[in-house]
Write a protein that binds this ligand. Structure first.
Ligand SMILES: [Zn+2]
Length: 457
């Protein structure tokens, strides 16, 4: 067996879906088995020995909260050419209670085949295999899974920093930018969609109304410009795709890559070529009458500048606006980690359709939902909460403030134990399990404000 055959076999696998999205069970099980090769652990292991660890990993990475949930992927993989499950010919179908009962009775050993295991003792092969295993997950979820297994091979599907392209990287022309996925459109100044937000913009000084102050850019939207003179000859609209994308980015808080093109009058622009100048947030937007008398769409972009942390993996980086200095290496790593972190929150909000899990409110602004990703166990020292989906709730701004200040406390059964109009969490979503440990930690932070729990009565 060669690596190509192995990855093709993974690509062709049928994987369970919920609401149209592939669930983490098989990807996590595959990488768990593959890591054993590089870690020098036995190729196969008995169900009774690993059921808890593997199930816990699947749950923590968004695979629900069922006991022994690993039973499904372990059995589902029985027909894969790289999977070695004892007594596999008599294994039941991977649904209902049968897999658990069968594994319990037989206690088979399972893992990769000897050939696949051998291939994956080479780190490069393991990284390739892992990327293929998570290829059908959402980008944030895929990156969370890879990070969980200590695989620093981020995948990129459009948003945030492009892996391997640090701030300051220059490109000869627009085609080179597009080829490296830094700005995927060859002509348009804004890439992205109204549904998902803007991935990147090119600031080229083509608009007479643009204002570039370095870490703050007032960017004029798309449309209504005469390509020859560069003058505004018609009104712009927030309905047009690029402008609509930037508005979505403002509401979601997703970072936008900014690329500057050459402009003789702009001291912040490169002399030639195109330069990736980092991640910006869309701080505000408005409409105004431009210099030429036509309505233009304006976006205020502020640079996201990561500040240095102590370097420990649990210490979350923070942003400072708008100044900051860092060594380039440090900055790149931190910016990448931050853009991943924002993506976990984006995924949670999307999963809940921007509806508050506590009060079931969905705020709608210009047709777009607005919600916030609230960490349950705070990220900052000394709490050191994890930046994983199970440590996050999708909340409206009111409930977020209440939650962060102890006004909302939630027990492991998702009942609200503090004084609050709602007695329990109104919304859950398949694929988003909430960590009971995180909830317990959060309750301990505000001991004076909670009602007695069931156990204490
Ligand atoms: Zn709410």
């Amino acid at each position: 067996m060669e690596l190509g055959e192995l990855t093709t076999a993974v690509e062709r696998r049928r994987m369970a879906r919920v609401n149209g999205s592939v669930v983490v069970h098989q990807p996590v099980t595959l990488i768990w088995a593959a890591r054993r090769a590089i870690d020098g652990q036995p190729r196969q292991q008995r169900w009774s020995v690993v059921r808890h660890d593997l199930s816990a990993a699947i749950c923590a990475l968004g695979g629900g909260s069922e006991t022994d949930v690993a039973a499904y992927p372990v059995v589902a993989l029985r027909d894969a050419p790289f999977w070695d499950l004892d007594f596999s010919t008599e294994a039941p179908a991977a649904h209902g209670g049968a897999p658990r009962r069968w594994l319990q009775e037989r206690d088979p050993r399972f893992g990769l085949t000897a050939e696949a295991y051998e291939l994956l003792t080479i780190r490069q092969n393991l990284e390739k295999f892992a990327q293929v295993a998570v290829a059908r997950l959402d980008e944030p979820q895929a990156n969370t899974v890879l990070a969980w297994f200590d695989l620093d091979v981020p995948i990129f599907r459009g948003f945030g920093e492009v892996p391997g392209v640090p701030e300051g990287t220059t490109f000869e022309n627009r085609r080179a930018l597009a080829a490296r996925q830094v700005h995927r459109a060859n002509q348009a100044g804004i890439t992205g969609t109204a549904a998902n937000g803007a991935e990147s913009i090119v600031v080229s000084g083509g608009y007479e109304d643009d204002k570039d102050e370095g870490n703050r850019i007032v960017y004029t939207g798309h449309g209504g410009r005469d390509p020859n003179s560069g003058r505004q000859v018609a009104d712009q609209s927030f309905e047009s795709p690029g402008n609509a994308a930037l508005m979505t980015s403002h509401l979601s808080g997703a970072p936008v890559r900014v690329i500057r093109g050459p402009h003789p009058q702009n001291p912040h622009a490169p002399r030639q070529g195109y330069r990736y100048d980092g991640l910006f947030t869309v701080a505000s937007w408005w409409e105004e009458v431009g210099l030429s008398g036509f309505n233009v769409c304006r976006f205020e972009l502020l640079k996201l500048i990561p500040t240095v942390t102590d370097g420990s993996p649990t210490a979350p980086p923070t942003f400072r606006l708008p100044e900051g200095t860092l060594t380039p290496e440090r900055k790149t790593t931190v910016a990448l980690r931050i853009s991943r972190r924002i993506q976990v929150s984006l995924a949670i909000k999307k999963l809940h359709d921007h509806t508050c899990q506590v009060c079931d409110t969905k705020l709608v602004i210009e047709g777009r939902g607005y919600a916030e990703g609230a960490h349950i166990r705070p990220l900052g020292s000394p709490h050191d909460g994890r930046d994983t989906p199970d440590n996050m709730l999708c909340l409206c701004p009111n409930c977020h403030v209440l939650f962060d200040n102890g006004g909302i406390q939630i027990d492991e059964d998702l009942r609200i134990t503090s004084a609050h109009p709602h007695r329990g969490v109104q919304r859950t979503a398949t694929g988003h399990s909430v960590s009971a440990d995180s909830l317990a930690y959060h309750r301990r932070l505000f001991p004076g404000t909670s009602r007695p729990t069931r156990d204490e009565l």
